[in-house]
Design a protein around this ligand. Structure first.
Ligand code: AMP
Length: 281
């Protein structure tokens, strides 16, 4: 596996690897890799001739009081894991080489970036879209892989690509979970033992909500209320829990079309997100 630190080096290496019309798959990450990330890489390996993984903790998507400084960084270990998964290229830019000191241009989706996670993390999605756009132009992949764990993010990226007619196929990969149902996340390592014990209640609440919906309950307010109670009983502080249209990402009053439940919960100081898809009956 080759390692590149600059866009120029990445383009040079990719130029050699993609000779003969080979397809490139890109997996953008912030590192501290776990099975969730590695599942994306294996999916890319299965679909594409050349697999590029980026590891970059993107300052643009962190708010001033968020965990940019303390976000786990362990590139040497990440590189070993990626090598074992058969990645061809690891792109690890530094902030200084990737962003011009006078970087100004941002990608925005005014309709959706301020909803749900975006309401509580102003600027987050604009930062994420901007870095993904930069990565897309740097690697020019045919395919790019994103986790459904970050449902709103994957939706916004797919929308950006379709709105701007970029020739990139977005592959959305199902969430990888621990045995107790907790979605794997680099931030799970912040959880103290009590919070770690309570956190699987998020998944349990979402699974019960889906069961109730499958059994015939369509009313969003009632479905949401019950799920919030389950999470609160386990010690979680729900920041938001919304049931929204899979198509438009706008809130629903009643589950009459394919929907997704989006939730963010604090356990202690750690903010966790999760979701579950609902099909209309
Ligand atoms: P991150 O490093 O957290 O920015 O995540 C990089 C990519 O991995 C994103 O597309 C995430 O949605 C995806 N990802 C993170 N956790 C999981 C998981 N548990 N299952 C599937 N994909 C994940």
């Amino acid at each position: 596996m080759k390692r590149c630190k600059t866009v120029e080096a990445l383009r040079r290496e990719l130029g050699k690897l993609r000779a003969g019309g080979k397809t490139v798959g890109l997996v953008p990450t912030m590192g501290a890799l776990h099975e969730g990330h590695l599942t994306l890489v294996r999916e890319a390996r299965a679909k594409c001739d050349v697999v590029v993984v980026s590891v970059f903790v993107n300052p643009l998507q962190f708010g001033p009081n968020e965990d940019f400084e303390s976000y786990p960084r362990r590139v040497a270990q990440d590189a070993k894991l990626l090598e074992a998964c058969g990645a061809d290229l690891l792109f690890v830019p530094t902030t200084e080489t990737f962003y011009d000191p006078d970087h100004q241009t941002m990608i925005v989706n005014p309709a959706v970036q301020g909803l749900y996670c975006g309401k509580y993390r102003p600027g987050h999605f604009s930062g994420a879209l901007t870095v993904v756009a930069k990565l897309f132009f740097a690697a020019q992949p045919e395919f790019a892989f994103f986790g459904k764990k970050d449902w709103q993010q994957a939706w916004l990226i797919a929308k950006m690509v379709s709105d701007l007619n970029w020739p990139i196929r977005i592959v959305k990969v199902p969430t990888v979970r621990g045995k107790d149902g907790l979605a794997l996340s680099s931030r799970n390592e912040y959880l103290d033992p009590k919070s770690r014990a309570g956190a699987p209640a998020i998944r349990a609440a979402l699974v019960s909500l889906k069961k109730a919906q499958v059994s015939g309950e369509r009313n969003v307010a009632r479905l949401a209320e019950e799920a919030k109670k389950t999470i609160s009983r386990a010690g979680g502080k729900v920041q938001y829990l919304e049931i929204v249209s899979q198509k438009s990402l706008l809130p629903l009053k009643s589950v009459t079309e394919p929907a997704v439940v989006l939730v963010a919960v604090f356990f202690g100081k750690t903010r966790l997100i999760d979701n579950i898809e609902l099909s209309a009956r």
